[in-house]
Design a protein around this ligand. Sequence first.
Ligand code: ZN
Length: 237
Amino acid sequence: MDPRDTALQSSCPVLAAPRFGPLPDMTNGQRLIVAGNGLFVQVRLDWLDCVQCLTPPVGLPLPYGTVEERLKFSFGVLPIRLIEAFVQAGRQGLPDEVAGVLIYRRGTRGLRLALCEPLYASPGRIEYRRPALEADETVAVDLHTHGRGLPFWSGDDDRDDQGIKVAGVFGCLHQPKPKARFRLALNGWYKALPHPWQQELLELPETAGTGWNRPLETGLIHRILRRWKTQGISWNT
Ligand SMILES: [Zn+2]
């Protein structure tokens, strides 16, 4: 094989899921797992161990094992206390956007909040400098606000979220309860994550003629979220 292909493929090897034994351990990095129930990506970092399904089964019966999705953090659960401290900083920065990070330290297996120094900030955009990191530190959670605007993932956000991280965006900070969105970002692949500020997103717009039965739809979303809550990531309160 061309040594360049060897180098490229060693940076993201492909593994067939074992049918009878456990998945072999892996060092920090990324690999693809071809399993009987789909194609998965596994990512290991100091703070992260996750297996996520990229595509459902291809339709061809494969003699491989099945794999379950997982999302585990070395720091345990996402700390609401630190994120609420960021929300408070976001409110103080109104009407402009504010950015911050939760930094993981390998030595303590803990997180700390650091605000990012704004180079330019307005109600619609922020450019900022990331805080300096110690040798055993890495950014695990990237946070920013949309000020009084709604939380959503903009094109700028997609460009910023090219690495491996949990990303959160808060909006409507002038209201008593902010709105938020969270997602897991794996090198440009995104998956929405449930979060404690979710309730606000359940308020469906009062638009007529959409064909939606509001109580039924809300109940469906609640059922999905309950399932998420039991299977998904955990937060401390
Ligand atoms: Zn944004």
